[in-house]
Design a protein around this ligand. Structure first.
Ligand code: TUI
Length: 311
C-alpha cells in the first residue's frame, strides 16, 4: 500500500490522508467501515438523524472493522445535543462538524478524548475554531456538494493554512490523485472526499443516484437556497429548475421548503432523481466508475504519490 504520512495520518492514526465526507443518508455504517478498513477515515453522517440511530450505526461499523471511525455532526440538526452526548458515551475518536459553530460541544468532546475537526468555510471561523481547541480544521470550498460556503477550495485552503497552526484538511472539488496532490501543494495535510465515495460499491445509495453522478458533466450542478442563505449544491433536475425559478420570483422560504421536504431521502433511498435532492459536488463530472472504497483509495494514493515524486 502506498504510504504518505502527514500530521493528519499521525493525529488520527490512519494509513492514508483521506477522510470521507459525512454525507446525509449516504454516510452510514457500510460506507464508513469500508473507507476505514481501506486505511482512510470513514465517517458516519449524523445529519438530521436521532441519537439512537447514530449509536446503532457506530456499533454496526465497529462490527465490520476495528480501525478508527468518525462521526459528523450536522449542527442544524434538531438532535445535535443528544448526538453530541452519544459521541461522548461511545468514545468516538474523531468528530467532524458541519453547517455551524460547534463551540458549545468542544469542551465535552475534548474531555472525552475525541479529536474535533470542524468544517469551516472562512478564515474567520477557522481562527475561532482553533482558539476554541479544534485539533484540525476542514477547509471546504464551494465546489462541494450539499451545504456550501462562498470561497473556492483553491482560494480558501492556502488562506486557512496561513491563518492557523493546526493541520488543515482540504475539501471541495477533490476526486482523484491530481486533486489530492494539488491540495498538498496548497498546504493541506489531508483531503476530505464526498462525491466519489457516493458511487462506491459499498455505498447504499440508490443506483439511479449513482448513475446521475457517473453521467454528470462538468457544469451539471446547481445551487438552490441562495435567496434565503442556505445554499445547497446538487445536480440539476426538475426540482432545482422549479426551485430556482420560484426563488427568482421572490417566493418566501416557507413555500420553497415544501419542495424539499424529505427530498434527499427520496433521491438517496428511493431513487427519485427527478424530484429529489441529488447532492453532489462539482467534481461529479470526473467520476466515471463504481469501485470499492479500497480500489478508489489505492488508485488515488498511487496517482498522488506519482505526481508528488515529480515535484
Ligand atoms: O455541512 C456541510 N454540508 C452539508 S450539511 C447538509 S444537510 C442540510 N440540509 C439542508 C439544509 C442544511 C443542511 C448537506 N450538506 N458541509 C460543511 C459545511 N459547513 N459547509 C459550510 C459549512 C459552514 C457554514 C457556516 C460551517 C460553519 C458555518 O458557520 C456559521 C456560523 O454559525 O458561524
Amino acid at each position: 500500500m502506498s504510504q504518505l504520512k502527514t500530521k493528519i495520518t499521525d493525529l488520527l492514526k490512519i494509513e492514508v490522508p483521506i477522510i470521507q465526507g459525512g454525507m446525509a443518508w449516504v454516510a452510514e455504517h457500510h460506507l464508513a467501515a469500508a473507507v476505514s478498513a481501506a486505511g482512510g477515515l470513514g465517517i458516519i453522517g449524523a445529519a438530521n438523524a436521532p441519537a439512537d440511530w447514530v449509536r446503532g450505526e457506530i456499533c454496526k461499523a465497529r462490527e465490520i472493522t476495528d480501525k478508527p471511525i468518525g462521526v459528523n455532526v450536522m449542527l442544524l440538526s434538531p438532535y445535535a445535543d443528544e448526538v453530541a452526548q452519544v459521541l461522548v458515551e461511545e468514545k468516538v475518536p474523531v468528530i467532524t462538524t458541519g453547517a455551524g459553530n460547534p463551540g458549545k460541544y468542544m469542551e465535552m468532546w475534548k474531555t472525552a478524548g475525541s479529536k474535533v475537526i470542524p468544517v469551516v468555510a472562512s478564515v474567520a471561523l477557522a481562527r475561532m475554531m482553533e482558539r476554541g481547541g479544534a485539533d484540525a480544521v476542514i477547509a471546504e470550498g464551494t465546489e462541494s456538494g450539499g451545504h456550501i460556503g462562498a470561497a473556492t477550495t483553491m482560494t480558501l485552503v492556502p488562506q486557512v493554512v496561513d491563518a492557523v497552526q493546526v493541520p488543515v484538511i482540504a475539501a471541495g472539488g477533490i476526486g482523484d490523485g491530481r486533486g489530492i496532490a494539488a491540495a498538498f501543494m496548497l498546504g493541506a495535510d489531508a483531503v476530505q472526499i464526498g462525491t466519489r465515495f457516493v458511487v462506491a460499491k459499498e455505498s447504499i445509495c440508490h443506483s439511479n443516484y449513482k448513475e446521475r453522478i457517473l453521467k454528470a458533466k462538468d457544469i451539471d450542478s446547481a445551487v438552490t437556497g441562495r435567496s434565503h442563505g442556505h445554499p445547497i449544491r446538487q445536480l440539476r433536475n426538475q426540482m432545482t429548475k422549479e426551485y430556482i425559478q420560484k426563488e427568482q420570483e421572490g417566493v418566501p422560504f416557507e413555500e420553497l421548503e415544501l419542495l424539499t421536504v424529505g427530498s434527499l431521502r427520496n433521491a438517496v433511498i428511493d431513487g427519485d432523481v427527478k424530484h429529489g435532492t441529488v447532492m453532489a459536488g462539482q467534481i461529479a463530472g470526473l467520476i466515471k466508475k463504481e469501485q470499492t472504497c479500497k480500489e478508489m483509495i489505492e488508485e488515488m494514493m498511487k496517482e498522488t504519490i506519482t505526481l508528488m515524486q515529480g515535484v
